[in-house]
Design a protein around this ligand. Structure first.
Ligand code: HEC
Ligand code: HEC
Ligand code: HEC
Length: 427
């Protein structure tokens, strides 16, 4: 029974809509009693949902890129035309070759380009193979400009503005130009099909994510069941008020994230857990703590097999999705990437960026939280978004930041109708 489905005009004031609903489709007394008892879940509303003040995970790089855009603020140096060369390029091709493969420099050119016979291990293919570059008929200033700041030539470029954003100096860019000019058509001979981005097999995830012997995050389900019965500081446990969670929350997670009027923002499962526990059991389970993650896994796991059904129609949801869609386009960080640069099929998606195959944004939230085998960690969607920020040298936001709320809702809206299966498992 769902009173909401019989309400014909979702924007009418609740009381009026409910009255109309009752007139059109009278409830049985038992249903009416249940509907009357339904109250909003108690939430703590004043504190941040993360353990404050937010600081980055200790095992991630601690570099701060405070001079560059984040999802929350605009800071990057404005575009300025590249400097004029005072004559033909005088760079050192040997130095340029080394720089092109230097992983410490924003992933280097190798992340997206093959560069002739000396191409090093695992080149990506987001950009064209430059092995024939000396024959492309580009003049020195043009090549210099494209590397210094590709926006000078191509405003739609996905390449970082290496010079404007100070990843390489003017002298180093001259060295890179000199190196590119030596690429005379001799291709890289790959000794192994795994090395060649054209023949590298696509990653396939076909492990059984619900098998606890395969997916360590399934242990979180068992730990959460124990937490469910644990009495908190108020003398209550989750069990005190929710005796049959498997029944009560069988589809709940598929409706998340959703707009929460009391917070005037979108709230995801993990933030809900923090605020609801504070208000009921008195437990302090901030986002990204083990208890919060385990409970998030459990509540998602209960909805496994159900289809995503987030609100995309209310005024607030529409506004949040619109904001999320704008954020997908925002260039951030020292490397100046937007989500769409890596995850849109017209740009990086379905291509290799170095050894990683970039997926499209649609259908990417159905398996969160997940177990990352390469890191032996549980990641919720917020940690993934934080990683996708830090990867482009942009400072991440706290996990309950409204920008992540909007991105998560926009991502989940794309996955509407897809089936949830959690915890997932990924490399
Ligand atoms: C994130 C991927 C990426 C990285 C990293 C990258 N490129 Fe590119 N590059 C591209 C793409 C894509 C294009 C073509 C279209 C565009 O600009 O979006 C391109 C184009 C170019 C061109 C212009 C080719 C032409 O049309 O004349 C040059 C030169 C170039 N890259 C050099 C470099 C150098 C040097 C580096 C390392 C300092 C580098 N790229 C790193 C993605 C990348
Ligand atoms: C003191 C009673 C109480 C306790 C303790 C309690 N809850 Fe709730 N919970 C509620 C009420 C009231 C609601 C709103 C009505 C409903 O959905 O049943 C709710 C709703 C929920 C919902 C659905 C949320 C929504 O808004 O649709 C979830 C999920 C939930 N609780 C999980 C938990 C978890 C996890 C715990 C343990 C940390 C917990 N609850 C502890 C009273 C409680
Ligand atoms: C420099 C490239 C890059 C940028 C920019 C980037 N990502 Fe990612 N993202 C990746 C890589 C690499 C992965 C892991 C491989 C994959 O699944 O695509 C990934 C994975 C993801 C996943 C999880 C996919 C899964 O199956 O588990 C989501 C969701 C995601 N990104 C969203 C975003 C959003 C939203 C943004 C913008 C805030 C963003 N990404 C920006 C490179 C990027």
């Amino acid at each position: 029974m769902d009173t909401q489905q019989v309400v014909p005009f979702p924007r009418l004031p609740v009381a009026l809509a409910l009255a109309l609903g009752l007139l059109l489709n009278p409830l049985t007394p038992a249903q009416a009693a249940k509907a009357a008892k339904k109250q909003p879940a108690p939430l703590e509303l004043s504190q941040p949902a993360h353990a404050g003040p937010w600081s980055r995970y200790a095992d991630w790089t601690q570099v701060s890129w405070k001079d560059y855009n984040t999802l929350a603020n605009l800071a990057s140096p404005p575009y300025a035309p590249p400097p004029k060369l005072d004559g033909p390029i005088s760079g050192d091709p040997k130095k340029g070759e080394k720089l092109a493969y230097d992983r410490g420099r924003g992933g280097s050119c190798l992340a997206c380009h093959a560069l002739g016979p000396t191409t090093q291990s695992m080149p990506g293919a987001v950009g064209p193979d430059l092995s024939t570059y000396s024959q492309w008929g580009r003049d020195d200033q043009w090549i210099f400009n494209y590397i210094y700041d590709p926006r000078s030539v191509n405003p739609e470029s996905v390449m970082p503005p290496w010079g404007t954003h100070k990843v390489f100096t003017v002298e180093e860019i001259k060295d890179l130009v000199a190196f590119l000019k030596t690429l005379n058509g001799e291709p890289k001979i790959y000794s192994n099909p795994l090395e060649n981005p054209a023949t590298r097999p696509l990653p396939k995830e076909d492990r059984d994510n619900l098998d606890p012997f395969v997916n360590s995050a399934m242990d979180g389900v068992e730990r959460a069941k124990a937490l469910w019965n644990k009495v908190g500081p108020t003398g209550k446990s989750c069990q005190s008020c929710h005796a049959d969670p498997a029944k009560a929350f069988k589809t709940w997670a598929t409706g998340m994230p959703r707009y929460e009027p009391r917070l005037k923002k979108v709230v995801g499962v993990q933030e809900f857990i923090t605020r609801h526990a504070r208000a009921t059991t008195g437990d302090e389970w901030p986002m990204q703590t083990p208890e919060n993650m385990d409970m998030g896994i459990y509540l998602h796991h209960l909805a496994t097999g159900s289809k995503f059904n987030v609100d995309t129609q209310s005024k607030e949801a529409k506004a949040a999705i619109a904001r999320g869609n704008e954020l997908f386009k925002r260039k951030i960080g020292q490397l100046n990437f937007a989500c769409l640069d890596c995850h849109d099929p017209s740009r990086g998606a379905n291509k290799w960026i170095r050894g990683q195959y970039l997926g499209e944004l649609k259908g990417q939230v159905d398996h969160f939280p997940l177990w990352r085998t390469s890191r032996s960690e549980i990641w919720d969607i917020r940690k993934r978004l934080q990683w996708c920020n830090v990867a482009v040298r942009a400072n991440e936001l706290p996990p309950d930041a409204p920008q992540y709320d909007d991105l998560e809702l926009a991502l989940t809206a794309m996955s509407k109708g897809m089936t949830l299966s959690a915890p997932g498992i990924r490399h």
